[in-house]
Design a protein around this ligand. Sequence first.
Ligand code: SF4
Ligand code: SF4
Length: 424
Amino acid sequence: MTGYRDMWQALGLDLGAHSALLEALGKGYQDIYLSQRNRPQGMSYFDFVMKEVHGLRIRELLDEKKAGHKIIGSFCVFVPEEIVRAVDSTLVGLCTGAEFATEEVEELLPRNTCPLIKSAFGFKLGKACPYIEASDMIVGENTCDGKKKSYEVLRDLVRKMYIMDIPQVKSDGGRALLKAEYLRFKETMEQFTGISIDADRLRKGIEIVNNKRKALHRLSGLRRANPVPISGLDALLINQVYFYDDPKRFTDSVNGICDELETRIERGEGVFPRSTPRVLLTGCPMAIPNWKIPHIIETAGAVIVGEESCVGERGVRNLTDGSGETVEELMEAIVERYFKVDCAIFTPNPDRLEHILEMYEAYRADGVIHYCLQFCQPYLMESMPVERALEDRGIPTLRIETDYSLEDIGQLKTRIEAFLELIL
Ligand code: SF4
Ligand code: SF4
């Protein structure tokens, strides 16, 4: 990727640190992804995307900027992409899946901060993320305490930061707050781009984002087959690329791979033998390049068949109703759609358990692994009642708490292998 040096330099990246990051990413990808067997051919597109994740895709975003469009960075699935698309702008997820510049981060944030938040700061402070640097505006959301307080610090480090308030209770008041915040965001985006959002624009934005979600629904449906036609690692990668890629190209590529998987299923072909234990993952989101737990699970003899996660089904489960005729009706539909997201920041949050149970049945899972990032209070707190409720129903469950380091790999392997023996 040396052909992009000038571009990275112009973005203000630290070329030495960035090149070390790319090298580590490339090696991790080789060891974890390219070493898998029986991968669908359609994954070659996603391999290409990963190879070019800091190259060609960034060039495309910079070209969009040159053409007058805005790039909006975000850290959460509560930021409504439909509104961003309605003003011809692009929403990108920001790197939060690896440890980086930890010493500098710990000068600004307490050590016992969730790794996802520390990672976001590390990429900014270490000048290693071209997506942050290419963003014209970054949207932070008041979800967990860690994120909302850390945005007070991040605000001083980035070009333009916008804070969106998010309710914590699924009440009429909570819904009214979300609506008011989405209307404020719509107005901000209109002012920022100089484009006024009419019903056609909003409907188009809804359609683009729904199409991405529908393609992922199709993919999830195919993972219900036995033998399963795609590994959990590959499916996770597709869910991760969802946050970066050009939406139309992404949708077409996912649908292309689904065609291939349908043929595999017709022929009874799978990535793993039919008798492989099937695991449902639930918990915190896994951002690129956080592949540690899925890699351990799938090299220990199991396959992941679904992710109850924001990088997975929680993030894309619901479509937005695009049938409204007016901007008001369509905005209402957007609020309706996002208010259903069952993130653990809500209290109480009974829908999440219901969804885990539904997914467990639908994906014919044999056990559930609850994945939590260290110091993530919402998901850690919720993991205990979730585990109890699952075990009360006879569903084998393993709770894991980890970070992005490689230090606990041996210990995690032992625990996961013991769990898999139980569900075999
Ligand atoms: S887990 Fe909650 S805070 Fe995190 S991305 Fe999902 S909705 Fe946002
Ligand atoms: S993983 Fe947990 S603590 Fe970390 S940002 Fe998400 S909700 Fe907050």
